[in-house]
Ligand binder design. Structure first.
Ligand code: CO
Ligand code: CO
Ligand code: CO
Length: 314
């Protein structure tokens, strides 16, 4: 098949979104994400699904411009007001992202699903992939982990109201501020932490960049209640799947708490950005993230030259 010279990031790599050059100044970023509800409140589900879908544009170092709704709705069994609340929640977050809703499409489906197709823009020489990490870089994470474990606890009716509100707000928080901080510093690579968990997305970065990745287990920000629920066995099936998928490329120091591994492979919804930044720039990035009040701004590891395609947890 003929390769289009304007295709900058495509299907041949596992990155967050596609990038297509329009002019020497502008490239399009395109992405699509939708899923079933993870919280009971329709408005908040809409906010979370929208923040999650918009995140892939931020992960590429871009700015969202337009969004379109994608809806699967059980019109016979569910009141239309539920759908209206979902779309209102989504729209609130689209506006927060300074993007515009253009329309969308809905189909009848017994299982409710909602998300967005998002188009963003970036300079064709300034987009960030997961393939640019360099030995000596430090890794920075902008949201704590644990939303998969806590959503499982929520579904089991085990999560307190206050914790439910906290993870709802965490998942509805856009990666906008984190992406803005990132553009003020020279960073080498970025991705967002979603369904494959910290380990899965780290492995993608290690393989795409052909480097090794070392995670300082105790430095990774974890949502407080997640550790205790994980030790009670409330770990989503996806976490074990992710761990198994990564296992051949993992080296774990025996001193690392096994509960942390469950959390590092926990599938995240609307997780934070994982940023690979040159060591000398890392303090500026952390400072900018803190100024912008991102949910976390922690140095959680480093990029190594040895053991390319391997993750060491120590
Ligand atoms: Co992504
Ligand atoms: Co995605
Ligand atoms: Co249509």
């Amino acid at each position: 098949m003929k390769k289009d010279p304007n295709l900058l990031v495509g299907l041949d790599v596992s990155d967050d979104a596609g990038v297509y050059k329009l002019t020497d100044e502008i490239a399009l970023i395109q992405t699509l994400d939708f899923f079933t509800p993870i919280v009971d409140d329709p408005f908040n589900f809409g906010r979370i699904a929208a923040a999650n879908a918009l995140s892939d544009v931020y992960a590429m170092g871009g700015k969202p411009l337009t969004a379109m709704n994608i809806v699967c709705f059980p019109i016979k069994d569910m009141d239309n007001s539920v759908l209206r609340s979902i779309l209102q929640g989504g729209l609130e977050i689209i506006h927060e992202a300074d993007a515009v809703l253009l329309g969308g499409h809905s189909v009848e489906d017994p299982e409710l699903k909602y998300g967005l197709s998002v188009t963003g823009v970036v300079h064709p020489q300034k987009f960030l992939t997961n393939a640019g990490a360099k030995p000596g870089d430090l890794l920075v994470l902008t949201k704590p982990l644990g939303t998969g474990v806590l959503s499982t606890a929520l579904k089991a009716g085990e999560l307190e109201e206050s914790a439910t509100m906290q993870i709802t707000e965490l998942m509805a928080t856009l990666n906008k501020s984190a992406a803005e901080a990132m553009t003020e510093v020279n960073v080498n690579a970025c991705t967002d932490i979603t369904g494959f968990g910290l380990l899965g997305h780290s492995l993608e970065m290690a393989e795409a960049s052909n480097v090794g990745l070392k995670i300082y287990a105790e430095k990774v920000p974890v949502f407080p209640a997640a550790k205790s629920f994980a030790s009670m066995g409330l770990v989503p099936g996806g976490s074990y799947k992710n761990q198994k998928f990564c296992s051949k490329h993992l080296e774990i120091d025996p001193l690392v708490d096994p509960i942390l591994l469950d959390i590092f492979s926990d599938p995240q919804t609307s997780g934070g950005l994982l940023i690979s930044v040159p060591e000398e720039e890392a303090p500026f990035l952390v400072q900018k993230l803190k100024e912008k009040n991102t949910p976390a701004a922690d140095i959680i590891g480093e990029i190594t030259e040895e053991k390319p395609g391997t993750i060491q947890c120590c």
